[in-house]
Structures are given as C-alpha cells and as structure tokens.
Write a new protein. Structure first.
Length: 118
C-alpha cells in the first residue's frame, strides 16, 4: 500500500503542474479551485497515509485510501466529464477520511507503546 500512496503523490504533483500550466486558461476560477482542492487532498492525505503506515495503522490507511479515491477521484472525474452526479461521492469520501483519522487517533490513544515499537 505504501507504493500506492507514493504513486498518488506523484499523480498529485503531476496533476498540479498540469493544472497550473495547461488547465488554467481553460477552466473557470471555481473549477480551478475545485481542481486545487482535489490535488491538495490527494497530496496531503497520501503523505499522511504513508505516515500512518509507518505507525502500523494498516487498516486505517486502507480506509483512508478508499476515502481519498472517492473524494479526489470524484472531483477530478467531474471536472473531466462535467457529470455533476459524480460529486455525490466527494462528501462520502470526506466522511470516510475523517473516520479513518478518528479511528487512527483512537488506536494510538488506546494502544500503549504502539509508536515506540516503530
């Protein structure tokens, strides 16, 4: 799963560069903001997913990955296709990411020495 997060980081960087250099002239300001949100979350949450894996939070990282794909993926698909219905998945993905981080916090708070073992 670490490789998947690394690939998503590379994708986020590539999309961000593409957006700034190729899409800025073709998308409205609101669409560019949506694109920025999708790529920002893709980058930050992928890096955070790598950290969570290092902490031994494999199941939580899997949940985080699912939420991330739903959130960022739905926004990017919407921008590419114009199908508004797909944006329904963005808040679902956001809720799943929040759940993954709350579960991570609970696990870390209730597993003494988990980080010390890493």
């Amino acid at each position: 799963m670490a490789a998947t997060f690394c690939l998503l980081i590379a994708l986020a960087i590539g999309l961000g560069a593409f957006g700034q250099h190729a899409l800025a002239a073709h998308l409205a300001a609101k669409q560019m903001a949506t694109f920025g949100t999708a790529t920002d979350y893709l980058l930050v949450q992928s890096v955070a997913g790598l950290v969570a894996l290092q902490w031994g939070l494999r199941r939580q990282s899997t949940l985080l990955l699912a939420g991330l794909v739903l959130f960022s993926g739905s926004l990017l698909i919407y921008l590419a296709s114009g199908v508004v219905a797909v944006t329904f998945f963005a808040p679902v993905g956001g809720i799943i990411m929040i759940a993954a981080w709350l579960w991570s916090a609970w696990t870390l708070a209730n597993t003494p020495g988990l980080l010390a073992r890493r």
